[in-house]
Design a protein around this ligand. Structure first.
Ligand SMILES: [Zn+2]
Length: 139
């Protein structure tokens, strides 16, 4: 089987990579803030997620893949949203894929999106990153 076949299948499922996103410096500074190397993170679009995720979203993180809903590309350069999504990448790494996906769905079903502690933690971290950016810009 040619290698290109698997890449095409992956792109069909997870979405194809978005070329030259232009947020590399932002992602690097978020990575430095969280103490995490985010160079393996890929931004993708389309694939099956827009069809199977049961709520409207701008971005969904699965491991190192960040799927951006088509039409929501502006979030790619938004510091608060990117910091939240990058913290989800960190959570996937800390918990591992099985614990992360089960824990996420469990809390989502019990408390909804806004009450999900995984979301609350990521939003707190995104707030902390934005406060850091603000403090930096005042120096
Ligand atoms: Zn989130």
């Amino acid at each position: 089987m040619p290698k290109g076949f698997f890449i095409r299948m992956r792109d069909r499922l997870w979405g194809a990579g978005i070329p030259s996103v232009g947020n590399e410096a932002l992602i690097r500074s978020i990575g430095a803030f969280f103490g995490s190397d985010l160079s393996a993170v890929r931004f993708r679009r389309d694939g099956i997620l827009p069809y199977i995720v049961p709520f409207h979203y701008s971005a969904v993180v699965i491991g190192n893949n960040v799927n951006i809903r088509r039409g929501a590309e502006l979030v790619l350069t938004n510091p608060r949203i990117m910091a939240e999504e990058m913290f989800h990448v960190v959570q996937w790494r800390q918990m591992g894929p099985i614990r992360m996906s089960i824990t996420y769905v469990w809390h989502h079903l019990r408390r909804g999106y806004a009450g999900n502690p995984i979301e609350r933690q990521a939003k707190q971290q995104a707030d902390a990153f934005c406060a850091f950016l603000k403090a930096e810009s005042r120096r």
